[in-house]
Design a protein around this ligand. Structure first.
Ligand code: ATP
Ligand code: MG
Length: 475
């Protein structure tokens, strides 16, 4: 039940309000003077209070001042006699929601009260939403403790609250969109729209209208006029994803918007001005595209005012297990499962896997493992095939071109009519390399592992699995 306090020195008014609101399901508490009202407000929680402006002793304005000074957060409606409107206006300035003049019409009163409650509800929802968004795109949600990610956090922190154009680069799944949202939702534009547009996902002939809108009849099918993304983003941020896919003719038009912040709708003559921050992202090498004349050089420089590069996950393997635990927590919470653990061995393998799909791949792999897991711990046998098979192939440490075998391991050419037994050959080769490493290291396993670019655990597993007999050694 909602509770309303009525602070008025006239018993008649207190009774009238008590009867009326009481019959509508509210609890009404009365106070006969300002001080009594303040005392009650300090003691218990009310949803709303009425206060008379003219009372002997402490008047309504003083009550409002005191409420403000005490930082009691409660909406108020001021009751004023006919003719004291100016002080009512002052009351509103002091934070009162509205005022009503005596004698009052009870229906109007109800409308005013409902409006206050609606507004309170909206404000509350708004605060919750804002908090959620802030929480969601809090810097801490950009998981990563590696040196590269720490640098990235610091750098993003410096550039969020500027209006500068940012070009975010990185392989697929590294978190470009997440970084764009983090920038927007931590900037002063956070209350304004964040409007994404994937330039690679829209048919070429529709991109212009998507970006700038069109007027009715601009082209076949343009039955109505339409607002483009730049107009939608006015006051906020536009995120031009996969900017490398923007067709050449449109690059000129974008250049003009970046320089002048103005454009015309397709088929329109009116120039539209907007205040929009531009963030762009690509997983293509734009400098190369410039060299190949598929991307305009002037546009590249206009976009690349602040470059933000997100390194691939294989270059920051310190982040892998952190991300794994982060997604485990998230999925377990979402699926209402008890928290699943990862065995040390499985953790080692995950950490050393190359993650070509970057963070998105981690997320998908973790989700799959959580769904399938029953034991409460993810062991080596629970890892997806490709990750198991990646074990210790060192792929992540060397670019593919560098994985040529050393001269003393000839590639066995055992081609037959049926082809070759690739797995057999690889296994054979692996075994030979392990033996060679062990002999080069004088049987010191740690050193042999290092020579092969493997961690100790993976190395020992291989030795065991392949039954390689090593010269007896220290460790
Ligand atoms: N550092 C991170 N911490 C937590 N989650 C992350 C991180 N990086 C990426 N993610 C999550 O991984 C997923 C992929 O990220 P995102 O979509 O931002 O990548 P992208 O670089 O835009 O990929 P693409 O080029 O394929 O569009 C998202 O769900 C994102 O929330
Ligand atoms: Mg993306």
């Amino acid at each position: 039940m909602r509770t309303i306090l009525v602070v008025d020195d006239e018993p008649l008014v207190r009774n009238l309000l008590a009867d009326f609101f009481g019959s509508h399901g509210y609890e009404i508490v009365g106070a006969g003077d300002g001080q009594a009202g303040i005392d009650l407000l300090k003691q218990r929680k009310f949803d709303l209070f009425f206060v008379d402006l003219t009372m002997p002793g402490m008047g309504g304005i003083d009550v409002l001042r005191e409420v403000k000074a005490l930082d009691i957060r409660i909406p108020s409606i001021v009751i004023t006699g006919f003719g004291s409107i100016p002080s009512a206006v002052e009351a509103v300035r002091l934070g009162a929601y509205d005022y009503i003049t005596k004698p009052f019409n009870l229906d109007d009163l109800m409308i005013t009260v409902n409006r206050v409650f609606d507004l309170m509800k909206l404000q509350k929802e708004n605060t919750v939403l804002k908090k959620q968004i802030k929480e969601k795109y809090n810097f801490k949600k950009l998981i990563g403790n590696s040196r590269q990610m720490q640098d990235l956090h610091r750098f993003i922190g410096k550039i969020t609250d500027t209006d500068a154009t940012v070009l975010i680069t990185g392989e697929s799944g590294t978190g470009k969109e997440l970084v764009a949202k983090t920038i927007h939702f931590n900037s002063s534009r956070m209350g304004e729209p964040f409007v994404p547009l994937n330039c690679g996902a829209i048919p070429r002939d529709l991109i212009e209208s998507e970006l700038f809108g069109h007027e009715k009849g601009a082209f076949t099918g343009a039955i109505n006029s339409r607002v483009g993304r730049f107009e939608l983003a006015n006051g906020g941020t536009i995120f031009l994803d996969e900017i490398g896919e923007l067709p050449f003719p449109l690059q000129v038009k974008l250049l003009r918007v970046i320089q002048e912040r103005e454009f015309e709708r397709v088929g329109g003559t009116r120039t539209i001005k907007v205040d929009v921050r531009i963030l762009a992202a690509t997983n293509r090498d734009l400098e190369k595209a410039v060299a190949e004349h598929t991307f305009r050089e002037d546009l590249f420089y206009r976009l690349n005012v602040i470059p933000v590069h997100i390194p691939p996950l294989r270059e920051r393997d310190d982040d892998v297990l952190l991300l794994v635990s982060h997604f485990i927590e998230e999925f377990c919470r979402r699926k209402r499962k008890p928290l699943v653990k990862v065995s040390r061995e499985a953790g080692d393998i995950l950490r050393n896997y190359g993650w070509p799909g970057n963070v998105r791949e981690v997320m998908n792999v973790v989700e799959r493992m959580i769904i399938l897991n029953e034991s409460g711990e993810i062991g080596v046998e629970d890892l997806p095939q490709r990750i198991m098979e990646s074990r210790g192939n060192g792929a992540k440490l060397h670019p593919v071109s560098a994985v040529a075998p050393p001269a003393d391991v000839p590639v066995p050419a055992q081609w037959t009519e049926a082809g070759v037994d690739l797995n057999g050959i690889l296994e054979e080769m692996e075994k030979k390399l392990i033996v060679q490493a062990l002999s080069k290291s004088g049987g010191v396993k740690n050193k042999a592992a290092t020579l092969l670019g493997l961690n100790r655990t993976t190395f020992l597993e291989k030795v065991k699995k392949m039954g390689v007999s090593a010269p007896t050694s220290g460790s």
